[in-house]
Design a protein around this ligand. Structure first.
Ligand SMILES: [Zn+2]
Length: 306
C-alpha cells in the first residue's frame, strides 16, 4: 500500500509537471493555459493527446518535434521529473496530510516561477497573485504557527483566548509573513535602484516574496531572504570571477604581458558586474522551498549554537 501510494503520488506529480510546462511557456506570453491544445512552437503542429504523456513522450520522440524535427527543450522533461519528485518528497515528508498538499502547492508554484524567471526574467502576476491567495487560504487549514501565534494569544485575556480559533493566529502569521517578505524586498529593490541606477529587481520579486511569506510565516521568510542573498551573491561573484579568468587567458594567448592582461581583464570583469542581472527569483524560490522543508531545523540548530 505504501509503495503503491508513493508511485501514485509520483505519477500524479508528473501530470502536474506537464501542466506546469504549459504554464511556464504561456503565462509570460499572456496566453491562456486552458486552450488551445499544445502545439510545436516552431511549426505549429498540434500535439496529439497520445503524445502528451509526461516524460515518456519526450523520450519516445527523443526530444524532437514529430513533424519538423526541431528540438524540444529538455526543460519539459526536467520540470516533469522535478514535479514528480516534489510530490513524492512531500508525501514522504508529511504523509497523506493537508501539510503535504500545502508543500506540494508551494513547490509547484515555486518551480514554475523559478523556471519562468530563469527563462524570461519575468514573474507573471498570473502565477504570483493566485499563489499569494492560496498561501493565505492554506493558513486557515494548516497552522503557520509563527510569531503571531505565539505572541498575540498571550496578550488577550484567558477567557477570550479559548474562544478564538487557532485559525485566526495562523491567518495573522500568514499575512504578517507576506507583509514582511514584500516590504523587505521592496526596500532592497529601492536601495538597489538608487545604488546602481538600474532596476535590479522588479515588482515581480516583491510579489513572489509576498507569496513565500504567506506560506512560510515571518521567521522562515527572513531565513529565505538571508539564504537567497548569500547564495545569489556567491553565484554573482563566481560569474564575475569566471569572466575575469577567461579574459586573462584569452588576452595572454595573444602575447600581451601578464600585468597588462590582468588590468584589461579586470576592466571586462567590472563591466560584467555592471551589467550582470541576477535572476534573484531563482534563488528566492529555491531557498523558500528548502526553508519550508528544513528551515525550522536550521533555526533550532542555530539557536542552540548561540
Ligand atoms: Zn514542429
Amino acid at each position: 500500500m505504501e509503495s503503491f501510494l508513493a508511485v501514485a503520488t509520483f505519477a500524479f506529480g508528473l501530470c502536474w509537471g506537464s501542466f506546469l510546462n504549459v504554464c511556464i511557456y504561456r503565462l509570460p506570453r499572456g496566453k491562456s493555459v486552458v486552450a488551445p491544445r499544445s502545439a510545436c512552437p516552431h511549426c505549429g503542429d498540434m500535439i496529439p493527446l497520445y503524445h502528451n504523456l509526461p516524460v515518456l513522450s519526450w523520450l519516445i520522440l527523443r526530444g524532437k518535434c514529430r513533424s519538423c524535427k526541431q528540438p524540444i527543450s529538455p526543460r519539459y522533461l526536467v520540470i516533469e521529473l522535478l514535479t514528480g519528485l516534489l510530490f513524492l518528497g512531500c508525501y514522504s515528508h508529511f504523509g497523506l496530510t493537508l501539510a503535504a498538499l500545502k508543500c506540494a502547492v508551494l513547490g509547484f508554484l515555486l518551480l514554475g516561477l523559478v523556471f519562468t524567471d530563469a527563462e524570461t526574467k519575468l514573474l507573471p502576476d498570473a502565477m504570483t497573485l493566485p499563489g499569494l491567495a492560496l498561501g493565505i487560504l492554506f493558513s486557515l487549514v494548516v497552522p503557520v504557527n509563527d510569531l503571531a501565534s505565539r505572541i498575540i494569544p498571550g496578550m488577550v485575556s484567558p477567557a477570550m483566548r479559548g474562544e478564538i480559533s487557532w485559525r485566526w493566529w495562523s491567518l495573522s502569521d500568514s499575512l504578517l509573513g507576506a507583509a514582511v517578505g514584500a516590504s523587505f524586498l521592496y526596500g532592497v529593490a529601492a536601495l538597489y535602484l538608487r545604488a546602481r541606477g538600474v532596476e535590479g529587481m522588479g515588482f515581480g520579486d516583491v510579489k513572489l516574496m509576498a507569496l513565500i511569506g504567506a506560506f512560510l510565516g515571518t521567521k522562515l521568510t527572513v531565513l529565505t531572504i538571508f539564504a537567497a542573498s548569500l547564495t545569489g551573491s556567491l553565484f554573482g561573484l563566481s560569474t564575475v570571477l569566471a569572466v575575469w579568468i577567461k579574459r586573462i587567458r584569452r588576452i595572454q594567448a595573444r602575447g600581451t604581458t601578464s600585468t597588462d592582461a590582468r588590468r584589461r581583464a579586470w576592466h571586462s570583469a567590472r563591466l560584467a558586474l555592471r551589467y550582470y542581472e541576477m535572476p534573484f527569483g531563482v534563488f528566492l524560490g529555491g531557498m523558500a522551498l528548502l526553508s519550508f522543508l528544513f528551515g525550522n531545523q536550521v533555526l533550532h540548530w542555530y539557536w542552540r549554537a548561540l
